[in-house]
Design a protein around this ligand. Sequence first.
Ligand SMILES: Nc1nc2c(c(=O)[nH]1)N[C@H]1C(S)=C(S)[C@@H](COP(=O)(O)OP(=O)(O)OC[C@H]3O[C@@H](n4cnc5c(N)ncnc54)[C@H](O)[C@@H]3O)O[C@H]1N2
Ligand code: MOO
Length: 390
Amino acid sequence: MITVDEALGQLFALASPLGSEEVALIDAAGRILAEDVQARRQQPPFAASAMDGYAVDGADVAPGARFAVIGEAAAGHRFEKTVGNCEAVRIFTGAPLPAGTNHVVIQEDVTRDGDAIILNGTLDSNPYVRPAGADFNAGDMIKAPRALSPSDVALLAAMNIATVPVTRQPQVAIIATGDELVQPGETPGPDQIIASNSYGLAALVRQLGGHPRLLPIARDTVPALELAFDLAKGADLIVTIGGASVGDHDLVGQVAMAQGMERSFYKIAMRPGKPLMAGRLADAMMIGLPGNPVSAMVCGHIFVAPVLRKMLGLGAQSAPRLTATLAAPVGPNGPREHYMRAHAGPEGVTIFDRQDSALLSVLADANCLAVRPIDDPARAAGDPINIVQL
Ligand SMILES: Nc1nc2c(c(=O)[nH]1)N[C@H]1C(S)=C(S)[C@@H](COP(=O)(O)OP(=O)(O)OC[C@H]3O[C@@H](n4cnc5c(N)ncnc54)[C@H](O)[C@@H]3O)O[C@H]1N2
Ligand code: MOO
């Protein structure tokens, strides 16, 4: 059995960054910027007023000073003439500053007198001018790779970038296997349960920026699994769930190998997740996850997520770990790296008592996985522990 780190290394070797495509700006949030992009213009493109008030020459500003109001500048409508000494232009936020002015006296600091204004006795000293290019200049870059946030989308829009080069979304075919499974909403027979982790993994894939394709449940027969692999063609990543262990009905590895899978590894020193397998099947990468619901989800976080990030161009990084403090003692660990369902809060990390890999309700209560190294000795409350946030 190889270690989790060795397995991740082999998975990264199988996963190549995907190509890029152009998407409309409205569809860019959450996608990964594939190439550096350059601002096509300066923002603001002119010195602009930051407030509603009167544009004047700052040298004329003094308590009690009087100005003749000779016109108006609004956002989208500049005042065309040059402003002279002791002249003012009524101005509104976002309007270009007229020639001859460099200062906006806010209207709260002014008394209007017909076509004139008189400045009040106490004046805000801020000139309330946004210089041209204060936000960005033409040619300023947003560097790739970068997961585009809503704020990034606003910035791209301001830069007049209407279509954005992003990494193609990994297409992920998800194959749940097992005679016992029915889809959510169906009526299970007496020996059946509802397929759950296929939906959890699809949600995870979507959250990571991939495109999940949930295939029909494959029964535990060779022809059913062959058909499932056939339906998965075109995917960048095929994820199977279940049928990975040593039981008589665990056929996934056998069928994948018969279909030409070049296997990288099978079985890892991890708990849960021992019967993990991975390899390459024609143009796709394949990860065979264990069927136990928590095992499949934990392997989703620890293996599928980093693989998808690598495909998206974000580099080869394992799931980020933080160091926290144990809230209660925990016994020694065995020969597999253990990813224990736990809750991290102000009191520290509480590892749940029930760690059976069939318990989705426990996983749903967890906000982190506490990582116990192979053969880690018993730990006391207050000891440091690595966690992976969920
Ligand atoms: N003799 C041994 N038995 C088992 C071993 C072992 O080393 N020796 N390993 C155990 C471990 S660890 C795991 S994990 C499981 C993994 O087995 P499989 O990957 O072959 O999974 P299945 O047998 O198909 O299913 C296990 C369990 O999970 C349920 N399941 C499967 N798919 C789904 C799904 N899509 N949604 C919800 N639940 C699912 C299935 O009904 C079983 O209860 O093997 C142990 N056995
Ligand atoms: O490794 Mo299994 O995945 O412990 O439940």
